[in-house]
Write a protein that binds this ligand. Sequence first.
Ligand code: AVI
Length: 334
Amino acid sequence: MCSASLAFFVDLEPAVADFRDSVVTGLSQSPRQLACKFFYDDAGLDLFGKICETPEYYVTRAETALLRGIGPKIAALAGPGASVVEFGAGFDLKVRLLLDALDRPAQYVAIDIAGGPLRDMALAVAADYPGVRVGAICADFTTLTTLPADAAARAGGVALGFFPGSTIGNFAPPEARAFLRQIHAVLGPGGALLIGVDLKKDTARLNAAYNDAAGYTAAFNLNLLHRMVGELGVELDLDGFEHYAFYNEAEGRIEMHLRSLRDQDIRVGDRRFELGAGELIHTENSYKYTLGEFRDMAKQAGFDARASWTDDDDLFSIHYLAVADRTRPGHRIV
Ligand code: AVI
């Protein structure tokens, strides 16, 4: 039994996005789309865990191996007594690697929208790191603009944001830049951000990563339709769609779509959407960056890239970004 407790659990009561409204709005658009945030119900989370273990999806393996290798370098940059703030704290493996690497980390603040799993995860970390003050904030991290007083960095240590997994790639570049600016404001002067970013690479490798032979990525994508039927009572033919994912080189992104296999209707209540054979519903973008592209974006958001690391195969990157000193002459956030 776990006897640990949390230093704080702040529930900011994140607005539950309206799945039905989002589906109706997205299907009304041209081209049609569905928001990727709805991938992550219990079944979707389970499928995402399986994707991470497929031989084709290198992202998680490359990032965790890199994190293990650069631990001492991160510790040297962060210094002793860091307060780690994780944006989107779903799985705890990566933050454990970070806490293991840091020099006497003072605090860990986990932020996630799903309160139950967040509490369980934070309690498990608290149990294994008795020297670290562990707290959690139930919030939509994309809209969080300040940290509650409970989560202020401990005296002397750096406020170290942690955003692994290349989740930044699921934002379009203007939104990614805006989100980085927001994290910059949340961390404040003296803060730093450790962020994982997937790299541009050979198209065949990227296409394979989003079309695994076991079919988990396809099931993950198609799960959106299962959710629509199960939770919203949407009328559609679950066998009438297929997973379609490819690397769009001009845009620098993997695109995931659901492709209609025939002419068919989707009914959402009294709304009817007519889809032609071959028509696509866009479900996700996953942007890939070069080191230079990402460092430029971070700079535009007010960060100084102190270090960028890649794995031996140049698959994935991790950046240590410091909140730039706004008082320095000539510094400007654009
Ligand atoms: C969560 N995110 C970074 C994953 C990605 O690679 O864009 C989601 C994913 N979609 C398909 N496979 C994995």
